[in-house]
Design a protein around this ligand. Structure first.
Ligand code: C5P
Length: 247
């Protein structure tokens, strides 16, 4: 079964407060989007990246700078105004008339650049085993309460035991994902599973991982740097070992 990845990287990242779009933010010498693509690349046959319309070429350059991604089928396209539209544009690119569409599509936020690849493989396995979709989830650690916001009034405390926080990559049968985006194009969904489930499809949960946190605010950057530096150290070790093994 062929698998494609849609990596959404077209957001401005205004909450990060950087002077470049979030996808281009440098971490251990590599753009955030490059880390995100690297973490899912081994799980898929082709990759479509959505970029801010003003920065398509910059994102192409950032991806081309990663030797491990050389030769991989990859397309960078301008995203839409909202994340949902970016995903819809990317799906239509995968289903263009002049190409063979994939069987499975995973949708991954570039902002979750360090997600553990085991999570991606588990979600793909669930779809291969027959689910229409699979999404990584994590236990909620905070107490949750209903609150309207500005008024300061509180409603009920919500039992967190039955709730989970949702991550990406979210993996779907390609046809189910495409139909859901077409059928619910006017909905305003914060993830793709909502749309696929609204179409009556069966989406299951797999275990997420803390490394799949979303880089959102400046306070997330030290943790992102930590993961980037750890991965760099692992790469260095692997390349040193491969040199030693050569006769
Ligand atoms: O804004 P939010 O944090 O929900 O964005 C999640 C992901 O969707 C980010 O990786 C962002 O780059 C991407 N995005 C996109 N197109 C948009 C808005 C966000 O690809 N118009």
């Amino acid at each position: 079964m062929s698998t494609a990845a849609v990596v959404t990287a077209a957001g401005s990242g205004s909450r990060l407060g950087a002077d470049v779009p979030k996808a281009l933010f440098p971490l251990a010498g590599r753009a955030l989007v490059a880390w995100a693509v690297l973490r899912v690349a081994d799980a898929c046959d082709e990759i479509v990246v959505t970029a801010p319309a003003t920065h398509v070429a910059d994102i192409e350059v950032a991806l081309a700078a990663v030797p491990e991604l050389a030769g991989r089928p990859m397309l960078v396209i301008p995203g839409g105004a909202e994340r949902q539209q970016s995903v819809a544009v990317a799906i239509e690119a995968l289903f263009a008339a002049d190409r063979t569409p994939p069987d499975i599509v995973l949708v991954h936020d570039a902002a979750r650049a360090f997600q553990d690849p085991h999570v991606t493989h588990a979600a793909i396995a669930a779809v291969r085993a027959g689910a229409d979709g699979a999404i990584p989830v994590l236990e909620v650690v905070d107490t949750l309460v209903e609150a309207a916001g500005a008024t300061g009034e509180l409603g009920a405390t919500v039992d967190r035991d039955g709730l989970r926080a949702v991550q990406t990559p979210q993996v779907f049968r390609a046809e189910a994902l495409r139909a859901a985006h077409r059928d619910h194009s006017t909905a305003q969904a914060t993830d793709d599973a909502q749309l696929v489930r609204a179409s009556g499809c069966r989406v299951v949960a797999v275990d997420g991982h803390e490394s799949g946190f979303k880089v959102t605010r400046p306070s997330d950057l030290p943790l992102a740097e930590h993961y980037a530096n750890e991965l760099r150290a692992t790469e260095l070790l692997a390349s040193e070992l491969s040199v030693e093994e050569k006769p």
